[in-house]
Every structure is written in structure tokens, then in C-alpha cells.
Design a protein around this ligand. Structure first.
Ligand code: B4P
Length: 191
């Protein structure tokens, strides 16, 4: 099993690229954002609790997403590995994921970080807001808060992974197909 983390600020293209990469490399795509939005759409108790946190652009508690991911890892079979999208988002989540994988004889093989300019991130999320109706895309202040939360709580994961020798920066500017090729080329070398 080969396990990748696709990483970057909100709007960097994580979700967009993950769907295509998972299909190409037979990886199980696990997006905590998608899982949380499914809870909200289903009107579950958890979804109701998480909805207000997400609509402000804040992170949901670590234990909520860690539990979700552990359950998905155990129920997945027949893939070449996992592609974690939007998880981990804190160093604590990263350490929890390492432990989860280690006890199952796996590890994090690579952190693929999409580098995208601030103005381009905002532009993409504003465009998506028109189609998605996502409350966290609609309000410019919430978009800025999500970018600030990324810098404060999520970006430190890069240093953590750099020390482990698994950090792989990828230029996330330009067309979706070009970025897909850049990511695929890096991943091929690790498969
Ligand atoms: P996510 O669902 O992970 O959302 P995101 O950061 O906005 O990125 P996403 O993957 O959806 O967008 P993408 O960049 O592909 O998280 C949402 C919220 O859930 C978080 O704020 C948090 O509250 C909560 N959450 C999730 N995981 C959590 C965790 N582990 N811990 C705590 N809380 C958690 O794409 C954006 C747009 O850009 C799309 O419309 C796309 O079409 C477009 N785009 C992509 N690439 C492009 C390109 N090259 N050119 C032009 N447009 C492009």
C-alpha cells in the first residue's frame, strides 16, 4: 500500500485533483471535507454540531475527523493505497494518522503540497461559491479566515513532514490538466 497526503490551502485544488488521481492510481480517496458535508446533508447529530464550525471557516475538533478516518481505513479493501485529501489539518491529526497507519503496517509515503498564490485561491473559491452554494465559499471574510487558519494550524505539518523526508512541493498554478500531470509524475515514482 502506498499512502499519499494531498495538501494545500483552501482552493489549492486538493479535491479537484484527488478525484482524478485516485482513479488513475487505484487509490481510495478519503476527503474529510466531503465526509463532514455528507453528515450535514444527512442531518445527523454530528452534522448539526459541525455545521456552524465549518460555516465560520474554523476546523472541527481533531477527534471527530480522526475517528471518521479510522473507520474508513478499516472498511476499505482492494486498493493500491490511500489518498488523504484535507486530512490531516493539524500536527496532532498527522501524528494520529501515523499511529493509525503504523499499527496496520503502513506509513505516510508522501506529502504532496500544492503551492498557489493567495489571490488565485480567493478567485477560485469565489467562482465555486456560485455553483456549490457552500456557506464557507460565499463570504469573503470566511474565505480569508480559512486561509489564516491554514497558515496557523495546518502549514506547520509541512515542517513536520520535511524533517521526515516526505515533503514534495508541486506548482499548483495553471490549468487543471497541467497540475494533474505534475502530480502524476511525482506519484508514479513512488508507486
Ligand atoms: P475541504 O472540503 O477540505 O475544502 P477546501 O479546503 O475548500 O478545499 P477543496 O479541496 O474543497 O477545494 P479545491 O481546492 O479542490 O474543507 C472544508 C471545511 O471542512 C474546512 O474549512 C473545515 O471546517 C472542515 N474540515 C475538513 N477536513 C478537516 C479536518 N481534517 N480537520 C478539521 N476540519 C476539517 O478547489 C476549489 C475550487 O477551485 C473548485 O471550484 C475547483 O474547481 C477550482 N479549481 C481547482 N483547481 C483549479 C485550477 N487549476 N484552476 C482553476 N480552478 C481550479
Amino acid at each position: 500500500m502506498v499512502n499519499f497526503l494531498i495538501f494545500g490551502p483552501p482552493g489549492s485544488g486538493k479535491g479537484t485533483q484527488s478525484v482524478r488521481l485516485a482513479e488513475k492510481f487505484n487509490l481510495k480517496h478519503l476527503s474529510t471535507g466531503d465526509m463532514l458535508r455528507a453528515e450535514i446533508a444527512a442531518g445527523t447529530h454530528l452534522g448539526k454540531k459541525m455545521s456552524s464550525i465549518m460555516s465560520k471557516g474554523e476546523l472541527v475538533p481533531d477527534e471527530v475527523v480522526i475517528e471518521m478516518i479510522a473507520a474508513k481505513i478499516d472498511s476499505t479493501k482492494g486498493c493500491a493505497g490511500f489518498l488523504f485529501d484535507g486530512f490531516p489539518r493539524t500536527v496532532a491529526q498527522t501524528i494520529a494518522l501515523e499511529k493509525m497507519l503504523n499499527v496496520r503496517n503502513m506509513k505516510i509515503d508522501s506529502l504532496l503540497v500544492l503551492d498557489v498564490d493567495h489571490d488565485e485561491l480567493v478567485k477560485r473559491l469565489v467562482i465555486r461559491a456560485e455553483l456549490s452554494g457552500r456557506p464557507d465559499d460565499k463570504d469573503p471574510d470566511v474565505i480569508e479566515n480559512r486561509i489564516d487558519v491554514y497558515k496557523e494550524k495546518t502549514e506547520p505539518i509541512i515542517d513536520y513532514c520535511r524533517k521526515k523526508g516526505i515533503y514534495q512541493p508541486v506548482d499548483g498554478m495553471g490549468g487543471i490538466d497541467d497540475i494533474f500531470t505534475r502530480l502524476s509524475d511525482k506519484m508514479k515514482k513512488l508507486m
